[in-house]
Write a protein that binds this ligand. Structure first.
Ligand code: C2E
Ligand code: MG
Ligand code: MG
Ligand code: MG
Length: 279
């Protein structure tokens, strides 16, 4: 990403690039106050076990409503928070808030539920991460396997051995790891077999055109079979239609997540959704 770091480089900026970096600066400043002003909220998207229709886990997704800038997508502000280092504080808030919510749900009679939380590569590379995760789990008195951390393939690009060591540490503490957006990153299969990964989340770009793209069908079916052979589970992301679900069921995919079942919901709406599904 380009930065305004000197007069000599400034003149190579196109007006569009300049507008982008002004926006990034604006977001970075607004982010500084977002936590203390309670502008963040977590929404939760159900992950459906295809074979049974049960919801055993939900993915926590961060929402930011700014009084003047409106709702800003995590796809836009997470990279800004990563560049500025703010992701560490925000990520800790996400973990704490998600686990407090899970504890409340479990106490309210949903004992089987678990939560998935997205972990940025910057967080993953903090040596204190395993300790932090254990501490927050202990605060909420939840079993470690009720927490799933979603990593992306990018965590292992620069230093695969270090990434494997961190995954081993997290695994040893009992949390589950999943590989998010699988198939879009740079992970090599030789590393994948050494990752302590519990589940592969098949990226929504492969699911979107399943109905009419035979290449996507081949890729999705190959990912599912590879995961099965490696002892990993699979979750399809961005499932929007019954036809996509039918294909995934036929191929033996374990879980589906997407608008076909539910968009990400506020905590209050999750309870209503789960009650409704049980009937
Ligand atoms: P992700 O982890 O791959 O999350 C899935 C995204 O797909 C979410 O977008 C979700 O709302 C969206 N989605 C779910 N079902 C469907 C569907 O059927 N169709 C389509 N088109 N989209 C669907 P969202 O919430 O905007 O988040 C975007 C990305 O931002 C996430 O991708 C994740 O990488 C990042 N993110 C979100 N929350 C956090 C967080 O707490 N921490 C970190 N580090 N990253 C986060
Ligand atoms: Mg995710
Ligand atoms: Mg994803
Ligand atoms: Mg994504």
């Amino acid at each position: 990403r380009a930065k305004l770091d000197g007069r000599n480089t400034f003149r190579f900026f196109t007006p569009e690039m300049q507008a982008q970096s002004v926006r990034a600066l604006q977001l970075e400043n607004a982010l500084r106050r977002a936590l203390e002003r309670n502008q963040f909220e977590l929404h939760y998207q159900p992950q459906i076990t295809i074979a049974t229709g049960e919801v055993r886990s939900l993915e926590a997704l961060l929402r930011w409503d700014h009084p003047e800038l409106g709702r800003i997508s995590p796809a836009e502000f997470i990279p800004v928070a990563e560049d500025s280092g703010q992701i560490l504080q925000i990520g800790e808030w996400v973990l704490r808030t998600a686990l407090a919510q899970l504890q409340a749900w479990r106490a309210a009679g949903l004992p089987q539920l678990s939560l998935a939380v997205n972990i940025s590569a910057i967080q993953f590379h903090q040596p204190q991460l395993p300790e932090l995760v254990s501490r927050i789990l202990a605060e909420s008195a939840l079993p470690p396997d009720s927490l799933e951390l979603e990593l992306t393939e990018g965590v292992a690009v620069d230093d695969p051995r270090a990434a494997i060591a961190t995954m081993d540490q997290l695994h040893a503490r009992g949390v589950r790891l999943s590989m998010d957006d699988f198939g879009t990153g740079y992970s090599s299969l030789s590393h994948l077999k050494r990752f302590q990964i519990y589940k592969l989340k098949i990226d929504q770009s492969f699911i979107r055109d399943l109905d009419h793209d035979s290449n996507d069908r081949a890729i999705v079916s190959a990912i599912i079979r590879m995961a099965q052979a490696l002892g990993m589970r699979t979750t399809a992301e961005g499932v929007e239609t019954e036809a996509q679900l039918a294909f995934l069921r036929e191929q033996g995919c374990d879980e589906a997540q997407g608008y076909h079942f539910s968009p990400p919901l506020s905590a209050a709406n999750v309870e209503a959704y789960l009650l409704h599904r049980r009937r």
